[in-house]
Design a protein around this ligand. Structure first.
Ligand code: WT7
Length: 662
């Protein structure tokens, strides 16, 4: 909780002015933009809507004195038109997507290529029976067909639901069931660090688990097997069933066809994406067409400083919101070149990222602190052996960045010249919320910066009062923003369900609690301190402790389990699972079953880094598991008062169990 000593790890460094050479050319240079936006709120957001083409103009920037809040009320637009068609006049031959594959392949699509393929696949989806508002699930790694399918869905008004390729069959089934999605686009398989992943097998297993069946499955031939490629695995070569379609065959069958982009209301759903919260199951966050796209486009322009002639590389997987907003929708809405990379940063060599930046002359690079910490560990000789002078701006997102990593990034990747933007936002916010404007604001390593112009965010104490500089509190957003999700737009009970115990926000007309702890300095710069709920941030990805716990609790031989976060040098946080075994279990075998269960329920990324067996979990006299204590033990922190425990003797046992591991 805020106020703990352990929260003060993020001491910020000295302020750094944006270099004049950058500021002179930046997309946004007006130092008064924040004040002006506060005066003109919500109308200031028309500048974001102005970046888009509307088939029907909106009547009001913000309709309804809400909720429901309707951003760009009355306006109609199509996201696929905005990301593709409207760029054809000026840049049909410019590269829209450039893809670097895991096996060293590369492929580029001009805006005209993208236009053709999005139309052809949209025509194919229609033929398969996909109608407006039908949810299409997309389950594949970062291949060009993924953004193409997203844009094809957007074209016909069918919300997409991208499920991260590394998620398990169960996780896929849960998401398809929840969204009532009866259409799936997946691939045969792909390679991860040289080893094949049988994606289609996972999709088949998910299909068996679904409440309702799948109407049609489209399979992208990633491994090239059916075209005579090299996979030696028969599973990837399996013939397609009657309701399964080969992606290339479909596109070929619809060659040259065009599909009119369907006009969508600004508040119509563009997509949904699942994220973890404090409940045992991930929740679908539904984003709008107008508000979301305007927010993604404006922040891409103002914060990432993207211009049409730029090549932008956001290294996040498209399966996460970061990839949606800053690989696909933002950069393509601006008509720039967006780079997709399917592989991992250290394969085949640890200079892979720098080689790609050099070869593609990347202008803007956006990555996560976990990656930066890995780059640091691998050593500065890797970036030093490449010409990175094409870079103009660097960004980071996903978790707090420690000042040392920030400075290393600034110096060794940015040559001390590229501004670094530390962008705070969430799946729920759709786009960036708190960060510096790179051509205007000074940077403070370790601190995200100020709320963006038009964003009303503050750090408050338990009573909802703004904290004094230097004090810790909770980050809340007290006015609506364009990228807000549909559940908040409609207020379908979302706020009642999410009303925080702390802080007390009842004095605000409207407020969103971000579940992040933060502190603020005398200049108003916000430094994030991590989640205050039961959500673990592993390498910038969110997992609810409850989700992992319920997977473990189902394992035969497990009596009880608690999952908390512990320290991790590279990943930010590690998953620690405390497990009490039923009487006669063999610990070694049980450990394997615990790991397998999490792998099967969620996927390899959520598998506990540490599994600690204990005869009992520490509990209060009322029988509540003391998670705070488990977290302190994992972090080797001072345990404070344990007198409320019913079974204090387990504390010593747990400490020595963890001590033995080091
Ligand atoms: C949580 C949201 C949308 C970005 C990708 C993660 C943490 C995100 C920062 C940052 C400190 C950050 C927060 C937030 N977070 N960016 N710049 N500094 N913390 O999206 O999975 O929805 O997770 O990531 O804790 O609540 P997400």
């Amino acid at each position: 909780m805020p106020g703990d000593e352990s929260w003060h790890h993020a001491v910020t460094g000295d302020a750094i002015e944006p270099p004049a050479s950058f500021a002179e050319q930046a997309n946004v240079t007006d130092p008064d933009l924040r004040e002006q936006s506060a005066r003109e709120w919500p109308d200031c957001w028309s500048r974001a809507a102005d970046l888009l083409d509307w088939s029907d103009d909106y009547d009001a920037v913000l309709g309804g004195d809400g909720p429901p809040f309707r951003w760009f009320d009355g306006g109609e637009l199509n996201a696929s038109y905005n990301c593709v068609d409207r760029h054809l006049d000026e840049r049909k031959n410019q590269v829209a997507l450039t893809w670097e594959g895991r096996l060293g392949e590369s492929r580029s699509y001009s805006y005209l290529d993208l236009y053709r393929e999005v139309n052809e696949f949209a025509a194919a989806l229609r033929e398969l029976g996909v109608e407006e508002e039908d949810v299409v699930t997309l389950y594949m790694p970062v291949v060009p067909e993924l953004p193409i399918a997203m844009l094809a869905c957007a074209r016909i008004g069918a919300p997409h639901s991208v499920v991260f390729a590394g998620f398990s069959a169960d996780a896929l089934a849960m998401r398809m069931d929840d969204a009532d999605s009866e259409y799936l686009v997946t691939c045969d398989g792909y390679y991860r660090r040289g080893a094949p992943v049988h994606q289609k097998n996972k999709a088949d297993n998910a299909a068996i688990a679904l409440d309702d069946g799948i109407e049609a499955t489209v399979v992208v031939d990633r491994l090239g097997v059916r075209d005579g490629g090299e996979s030696s695995d028969a599973a990837d070569d399996a013939p397609l069933a009657a309701d399964e379609y080969d992606y290339d065959d479909l596109v070929t069958a619809h060659r040259g066809e065009t599909v009119e982009p369907v006009p969508r209301d600004a508040t119509d759903q563009l997509f949904l994406i699942y994220t973890s919260g404090t409940t045992g199951e991930p929740t679908g966050v539904r984003h709008t067409t107008g508000g979301y796209l305007a927010h993604a486009a404006w922040t891409s322009r103002a914060v990432l400083d993207i211009r049409p002639e730029d090549t932008h590389w956001c290294s996040a997987d498209i399966g996460w919101i970061t990839g949606h907003s800053y690989t696909v929708y933002g950069p393509l809405a601006l008509g720039s070149t967006t780079m997709l990379y399917e592989g991992t940063p250290d394969h085949p060599e640890k200079d892979r990222v720098w080689e790609l930046i050099e070869r593609n002359a990347v202008d803007v690079f956006y990555t996560a602190p976990t990656a930066i910490r890995a780059f640091m560990k691998w050593g500065e000789q890797h970036p030093a052996s490449h010409d990175l002078s094409s870079l103009r701006l660097l960004g980071t997102v996903g978790e707090p960045i420690n000042p040392r990593a920030w400075k290393w990034y600034h110096e060794h990747i940015g040559n001390g010249e590229c501004p670094v933007v530390d962008t705070w936002w969430q799946t729920e916010t759709g786009g960036m919320m708190v960060t510096t404007l790179p051509g205007v604001d000074e940077m403070k390593p370790g601190s995200a910066g100020l709320p963006l112009p038009g964003i009303d965010a503050k750090v408050v104490d338990g009573d909802g009062e703004p904290v004094e500089p230097g004090e810790t509190g909770y980050l809340v957003v007290t006015s609506p923003w364009p990228g807000m999700p549909l559940s908040m737009v409609e207020d379908d009970g979302w706020f009642a369900d999410h009303a925080p115990v702390f802080p007390d926000l009842s004095d605000y007309e409207w407020a969103y609690f971000t579940e992040d702890g933060a502190t603020v300095d005398e200049d108003g710069y916000v430094t994030l301190l991590g989640r205050v709920d039961d959500v673990i941030n592993v390498s910038g990805h969110r997992f609810g402790t409850m989700e992992i716990e319920s997977a473990i609790a189902d394992v035969e031989g497990v009596a009880e389990a608690a999952v908390v976060s512990g320290p991790h040098d590279l990943k930010g946080q590690a998953v620690y699972a405390y497990v009490s075994a039923a009487e006669d279990s063999d610990e070694a075998a049980l450990r394997g079953r615990v790991t397998d269960a999490v792998d099967a329920a969620i996927g390899p990324i959520a598998v506990p880094d540490v599994v600690v067996f204990t005869p009992e979990l520490p509990k209060t006299r009322s029988g509540k598991v003391m998670r705070r204590l488990l977290e302190d033990i994992a972090n080797d922190d001072d345990l404070g008062d344990t007198s409320a425990l019913r079974n204090p003797e387990v504390v010593g046992e747990l400490e020595s169990a963890l001590g033995e591991r080091d």
